[in-house]
Design a binder for this molecule. Structure first.
Ligand code: NAD
Ligand code: UDP
Length: 315
C-alpha cells in the first residue's frame, strides 16, 4: 500500500539545514510548504525545487502569525551563525520566541505535530562533558550570544508548556554543530570560514589558541535524525541531542582543512569572542535508543563534500 503524502511546513526552509530537509521530504513523497524571510537563507539553496509540483515557497516572517493548512511543522527559522544572529539580536530573540509561539499556535489549532530546532547552545559553556539532555546548562543571560541561547531556551520552554497545557505533539531536537554544502561562505562559522580561507589562500583565523572543541555532524546525518524524530509517537517529546560525538579541537580542524585542500594558508591567532564555549560534545545515547540512529559520516568524508561545494561556489 502506498504511503499517503503529507503537506509539511518547513520554516527556515531556504536556509542551510532547511533546504536539505525540504529535499528529504520531497524524496519521501511529501508536499513541502517552505516559509522563509530570506534573512540568512537564499533562493539558490532551493532553486532546484522551485519548479517541483510538490514544492511551494512562501516569503514570510514567522514573527507574524501564519494561517495555512498543513499536517506537520518543522520550525527551523532562526539565524544560526554568531555573525548573523548578532547582526540584529532583538530580531533573533523575536524569531525564536514569537516565531515559536506562532508555530505552536498553528500546531494547536490544527492538532498536528511540531518539531522545534533547538541547539547545543542551550548548554552554554558547559560544565558537564559530554552534554546529556539532563544537564541544565551554563548560559550567560546578558552576553552577546544570549539573544540566540536564551531565545532558544525560551522556545523550548514554550514547546513544553504547549505540550502540558494544550496536548500539542511537540518535539525538541538539540542540534550540535552541523556542516555541509549550502552553508553561506560569509556566515562566519568555523567550517565555512576555514574552507573558504584555505581555498582562497588567505590566513586561517583561529580564535583563542584553538584548543576549544566542537563535534561536527554532517548535514545528511542530521537531517535523517530530525526526520525520524518527527515520525515518533505523540508522547515522544525529547529534548534529544542530535550530533556527531567525535570531538575535535578547532586547531585540529584547521590542520585537516589545510591538508585536504592542499592550501599554503598559515594559521593566525585572533582574540576569542566573549562567551565562546570551551568544549562541546553530545551524548547521543537517547538518539541511539529512541531513533535507532547514529551518524555515519566521518569528518574527513563530510569535509571532502563540503570543500567540493565551496570550490564551485566561490569560483
Ligand atoms: P540558516 O541561517 O542557514 O537558516 C535559517 C533560515 O531561517 C534562513 O533561511 C533564514 O532566512 C530563515 N529565517 C530567519 N529568521 C526568520 C524569520 N523571522 N522568519 C522566517 N524565516 C526566517 O541556519 P541553519 O544552520 O540552517 O539553522 C537552521 C535551524 O537549526 C536554526 O533554527 C538553528 O538555530 C538550528 N541549529 C543549527 C545548527 C547548525 O549547526 N547548523 C546548530 C544548532 C541549531
Ligand atoms: N572559530 C575560529 N575561527 C573562525 C570561526 C570560528 O576559531 O574563523 C571558532 C569559534 O571561536 C568557536 C568555534 O570555532 O570556538 C566554532 O565556531 P562556530 O561559530 O562555527 O560555532 P559555535 O561557536 O556557535 O559553536
Amino acid at each position: 500500500m502506498s504511503r499517503k503524502s503529507k503537506r509539511i511546513l518547513v520554516t527556515g526552509g531556504a536556509g542551510f539545514l532547511g533546504s536539505h530537509l525540504c529535499d528529504r521530504l520531497i524524496a519521501a513523497g511529501d508536499e513541502v510548504l517552505c516559509v522563509d524571510n530570506f534573512f540568512t537563507g537564499s533562493r539558490q539553496n532551493i532553486a532546484h525545487l522551485l519548479q517541483h509540483p510538490r514544492f511551494e515557497l512562501l516569503r514570510h516572517d514567522v514573527t507574524f502569525p501564519l494561517f495555512v493548512e498543513v499536517d506537520q511543522i518543522f520550525n527551523l527559522a532562526c539565524p544560526a551563525s554568531p555573525v548573523f544572529y548578532q547582526k540584529d539580536p532583538v530580531q533573533t530573540t523575536k524569531t525564536s520566541v514569537m516565531g515559536t509561539i506562532n508555530m505552536l499556535g498553528l500546531a494547536k489549532r490544527l492538532h498536528i505535530p511540531i518539531l522545534q530546532a533547538s541547539t547545543s547552545e542551550v548548554y552554554g559553556d558547559p560544565n558537564v562533558h559530554p552534554q546529556t539532555e539532563e544537564y541544565w546548562g551554563n548560559v550567560n543571560p546578558i552576553g552577546i550570544r544570549s539573544c540566540y541561547d536564551e531565545g532558544k531556551r525560551c522556545a523550548e520552554t514554550l514547546v513544553f508548556d504547549y505540550v502540558r497545557q494544550n496536548n500539542v505533539a511537540g518535539k525538541v531536537v538539540r542540534i550540535f554543530n552541523t556542516y555541509g554544502p549550502r552553508m553561506q561562505p560569509d556566515d562566519g562559522r568555523v567550517v565555512s570560514n576555514f574552507i573558504v580561507q584555505a581555498l582562497q589562500g588567505r590566513h586561517i583565523t583561529l580564535y583563542g589558541d584553538g584548543s576549544q572543541t566542537r563535534s561536527f555532524c554532517y548535514v545528511e546525518d542530521l537531517i535523517e535524525a530530525i526526520f525520524l524524530m518527527m515520525n515518533t509517537p505523540h508522547d515522544v517529546t525529547g529534548p534529544i541531542n542530535i550530533g556527531n560525538p567525535n570531538e575535535f579541537t578547532i586547531r585540529q580542524l584547521a590542520e585537516l582543512v589545510i591538508e585536504m585542500t592542499g592550501s599554503k594558508s598559515k594559521l593566525v591567532f585572533e582574540p576569542l569572542p566573549s562567551d565562546d564555549p570551551r568544549q562541546r560534545q553530545p551524548d547521543i545515547s537517547k538518539a541511539r535508543a529512541l531513533l535507532k540512529w547514529e551518524p555515519t559520516t566521518q569528518l574527513q568524508a563530510g569535509l571532502a563534500q563540503t570543500i567540493e561545494y565551496f570550490k564551485h561556489m566561490i569560483n
